[in-house]
Design a protein around this ligand. Structure first.
Ligand code: SF4
Ligand code: SF4
Length: 405
């Protein structure tokens, strides 16, 4: 007998970011961030479960499939099925035909060691493939699975426009809930339009699961000036807690999905969600100022979700490169200007191991899947291969050799 779903403390484990085995031996076809450190993850799961944090949100391709396996090993093998909530997703972006739906769904159950999911979502439904999948019977397939008791609630995640969300929810009232990227930096962002997406879901009466509440960690590590504002107001609150309280304060938000690859992240988040306090007016005003500060110092609004890397035929780790570029850019905006060589050198090492930004052939596959709508090709060429690498001593040497020739 399935128990009633209790959303408890409204904090979910976002299983896109699990602890990984550093420098582990990498199996062919797997990235070096795909190997989950299940020993470390088990400890985090156990601590969460002991404190009422029992919601796990995974997906087919998180950690190249190893996220679902880690759910099987560390959650389902250890805890009774009715003691945890499990959410998984149909990876339509990476599927070609409708014939793949059934085997993928069954394999997901198998990998997670469960016989049903609580929530099942269409992963990152997009305006580009919506009609193809509608005509292929995806919605009917998922309704049938829900009727068969293979999962309880039908959701969809998307990184699209509010107009598209409105269209899908109007055409498919059978969708029970939505998963949206919402955080205080994207709330009024013209590219992401979190506020309008949120309002669209509320207008349709759909509960919301929040993803990227901390924008891939960006909001846990804002510029010093922003940190000072928040610490002056409340020295005891972590910087990340401001981001979680922002989304947790929104009516209609059912649960906030957060990557917690380290025990200290869970412990800090428990302080926020054990006794949740909505933001007050003074705190909202501080967040407005923090947004201004961050926007002035972020060059590429990448969350390092790695969707582009999965899509890239050359395995170019654009997200990692953009993180390095942003580090470099922040340094150019501060008194640490002399350190700009550090991210440039790190980029030099990375491009030895992986494919360099200069090797991009501009096929555009990455830009089609980027949830942040980033002009990846241009940024790789101009900001990473050009500006960032120009601060790497190797590049200076390359130039000298060229000049000699
Ligand atoms: S460029 Fe886009 S798809 Fe790639 S990691 Fe950044 S946000 Fe994700
Ligand atoms: S445009 Fe460049 S980075 Fe993007 S998928 Fe193609 S080769 Fe990879």
């Amino acid at each position: 007998m399935k128990k009633e779903i209790d959303f408890g403390k409204r904090l979910a484990f976002g299983c896109l970011r699990l602890p990984i085995i550093e420098n582990g031996e990498v199996a062919p076809g797997f990235r070096d961030d795909s190997l989950v450190d299940e020993e470390a993850w088990q400890k985090i799961v156990d601590k969460g479960m002991a404190n009422g944090y029992n919601y796990f949100d995974t997906s087919w391709f998180y950690h190249c499939g190893n996220s679902e396996r880690a759910i099987g090993h560390c959650v389902a093998d250890k805890y009774p099925r009715d003691s945890f909530i499990l959410s998984d997703k149909m990876p339509v972006k990476f599927m070609q035909t409708a014939d793949e739906m059934e085997p993928i769904f069954n394999e997901q159950l198998e990998k997670c060691h469960v016989d049903y999911f609580d929530f099942y979502l269409i992963h990152a439904i997009s305006s580009e493939t919506y009609e193809k999948w509608t005509n292929a019977g995806l919605f009917e397939f998922l309704v049938k699975k829900r009727e068969e008791g293979k999962y309880r609630e039908f959701g969809m995640s998307l990184h699209e426009t509010p107009e598209f969300l409105d269209r899908v929810l109007t055409e498919h009232p059978e969708v029970d809930f939505v998963m949206l990227q919402i955080n205080y930096l994207d709330w009024n962002s013209p590219a992401i339009r979190s506020k309008e997406l949120y309002e669209t879901a509320v207008r349709h009466g759909k509960p919301i699961v929040v993803m990227e509440p901390c924008k891939g960690g960006t909001l846990a590590n804002p510029p010093e000036e922003a940190v000072k504002l928040m610490k002056d107001y409340n020295p005891d609150a972590s910087i990340a807690s401001w981001a979680y309280r922002f989304v947790g304060s929104l009516p209609g938000v059912r649960v906030v999905s957060v990557g917690m690859p380290r025990m200290e992240f869970l412990e800090d988040n428990m302080k926020t969600f054990d006794d949740f306090k909505p933001l007050n007016d003074e705190e909202y005003a501080i967040i407005d100022k923090v947004v201004e500060i961050i926007n002035a110092k972020t060059a590429i609004p990448c969350t390092n979700c790695k969707y582009c890397e999965e899509a890239c035929p050359l395995d170019i780790p654009s997200g990692d490169y953009f993180m390095l570029y942003n580090d470099y850019y922040r340094m150019t905006q501060s008194s640490d200007y002399n350190d700009v060589c550090t991210p440039a050198i790190t980029y030099g090492f990375m491009k030895e191991r992986r494919t360099g930004a200069d090797k991009c052939v501009a096929c555009g596959k990455c830009e089609k899947v980027c949830p942040q709508h980033i002009p990846i090709i241009e940024n790789l060429r101009e900001k990473v291969a050009g500006e960032l690498y120009s601060h790497n001593p190797d590049s200076m040497l390359d130039n000298k050799v060229e000049n000699l020739e």
